[in-house]
Design a binder for this molecule. Structure first.
Ligand code: SF4
Ligand code: SF4
Length: 334
C-alpha cells in the first residue's frame, strides 16, 4: 500500500499527551503497590484511572448497574472509562481507538515506523483479512457471553472475591512479571504492527470490536462529495483501516476510527467531511473533535470524582493486607 500520511496534528498531540499520562499513571500505581507491599506508611495515592485496563470488570460492572442500579465500588473508574469510550463511539465512530487509547497510539507509532523503514505498510489478502477481523468479534462474543451468563448476585460475589479486589495488581504483574509466553505473544503483536496498520486493533481487540458496534449507531460519518472529488486516491492511501474512501460516498464501516486522516489529506476543500446526518449540516473539523473528546473525558472524570464514582472504596490498609496474598491460589485467575 502506498504512503500518504497527514502532517502531525491535533489528534497526534492528544494521543501523545494521553500516552504520557498513561505511562505516568502506570509508574504511580507501581510505586503505590511497592509501598503497600513494604508494609510501611502509604503516601502515594492509588490512581483510579489505572482501572481503564480492566475492561471485563467494567463490563460486568455495567451489567450489574443495569440490573440493580448499584455502582461497582471496587473498581468504579473502570465503568467510567468504558462509559466514556461508548459515549465517544456514539458521537464520533471509533474515535476512542484513534484519539485516546494508548494501545492504539503505540500501534499507530509501530506502523508509521514500518512505513519509514519499508516505505509502505502491507495489506493482507482479503480472503485472510476478513476471517482474521472476525477474531476480535469472537473474543467480544465470549466476554459478552460470560457477562450475560452472570446474575447480579454472581457479579456481586465475584466483585467481593480476593481476585477481583487485586485485579489491578494482576494486570500490573502481567507487564512487570511477564511470562515467556506473554513476551512471545507481545513480541509477535509488536512485529506484526510494524508491517500491518493497527495489527492488534484490526484483528484482536475486543474493546475496539465493542466500540465498533456502538459506532454503527453513531450519526456521524465520513461523507465524500463525488462532484468535487478529483479521484486522487489520497484518502484511501491514508486510511489506517484500509477503507476504500475514494470509492464510497459515505463510510458506514464499523472499522472507521474517526481519525480524520482522510479528510486531512484531501486536497479539495469541502469534499471529504466528517458530518452528523445530512450533507447540508456543518462538518466536524479536526480541532473541534479533539476539544470535544477532551472536554467529555475531563467532564466525566470530574463528575465521577465529585460524586464518589471514581475512587475505589478499598482502603490502603485493606489493600496492603490483601497484597500479601497476591500469589496464593485463592487470588489466582478464575
Ligand atoms: S475513513 Fe477516514 S476517519 Fe475513518 S478510519 Fe479511514 S481515514 Fe480515519
Ligand atoms: S482525497 Fe479527496 S479528492 Fe482525493 S480521492 Fe479522496 S475525496 Fe477525492
Amino acid at each position: 500500500m502506498k504512503t500518504t500520511s497527514p502532517e502531525w496534528g491535533v489528534r497526534n498531540w492528544i494521543q501523545l499527551v494521553i500516552f504520557t499520562l498513561t505511562v505516568g499513571i502506570g509508574i504511580q500505581f507501581y510505586l503505590f503497590v511497592m509501598q503497600a507491599a513494604s508494609g510501611g506508611d502509604i503516601t502515594i495515592a492509588r490512581p483510579g484511572s489505572v482501572e481503564g485496563f480492566l475492561p471485563i470488570g467494567a463490563l460486568i460492572g455495567w451489567k450489574r448497574f443495569a440490573l440493580t442500579g448499584e455502582w461497582d465500588i471496587i473498581h468504579p473508574a473502570a465503568m467510567v472509562i468504558l462509559g466514556f469510550a461508548v459515549v465517544i463511539s456514539l458521537l464520533f465512530k471509533k474515535a476512542f481507538c484513534s484519539w485516546f487509547c494508548p494501545v492504539g497510539t503505540v500501534s499507530e507509532w509501530m506502523w508509521k515506523l514500518g512505513q519509514k523503514i519499508f516505505g509502505k505498510n502491507f495489506k493482507i489478502h482479503p480472503g485472510v483479512d476478513y476471517p482474521l477481523r472476525g477474531i476480535k468479534y469472537l473474543l467480544l462474543a465470549f466476554f459478552i457471553y460470560i457477562t450475560g451468563s452472570m446474575s447480579a448476585d454472581a457479579i456481586y460475589g465475584f466483585m467481593q472475591s480476593p481476585y477481583y479486589k487485586l485485579a489491578d495488581v494482576k494486570m500490573l504483574h502481567f507487564f512487570t512479571k511477564m511470562s515467556l509466553l506473554t513476551a512471545i505473544i507481545l513480541g509477535i503483536l509488536v512485529i506484526g504492527s510494524i508491517f500491518i496498520r493497527n495489527f492488534w486493533c484490526r484483528y484482536f481487540c475486543p474493546y475496539g470490536a465493542l466500540m465498533g458496534i456502538f459506532a454503527i449507531l453513531s450519526p456521524t460519518r465520513i461523507y465524500r462529495n463525488p462532484e468535487t472529488c478529483i479521484a486522487c486516491d489520497r484518502c484511501t492511501q491514508a486510511c489506517p483501516s484500509y477503507l476504500p474512501v475514494s470509492r464510497k460516498n459515505r463510510i458506514d464501516s464499523p472499522e472507521c476510527t474517526g481519525c480524520l486522516d482522510c479528510t486531512n489529506v484531501c486536497p479539495v476543500e469541502q469534499t471529504l467531511q466528517f458530518q452528523s446526518g445530512l450533507r447540508t449540516q456543518k462538518a466536524w473539523k479536526t480541532p473541534v473533535v479533539g476539544i470535544a473528546i477532551v472536554l467529555i473525558f475531563v467532564g466525566m472524570v470530574y463528575a465521577a470524582q465529585i460524586t464518589g464514582h471514581w475512587q475505589s472504596r478499598i482502603s490502603a490498609h485493606e489493600f496492603s493486607m490483601r497484597l500479601k496474598m497476591i500469589d496464593s491460589p485463592e487470588v489466582a485467575h478464575p
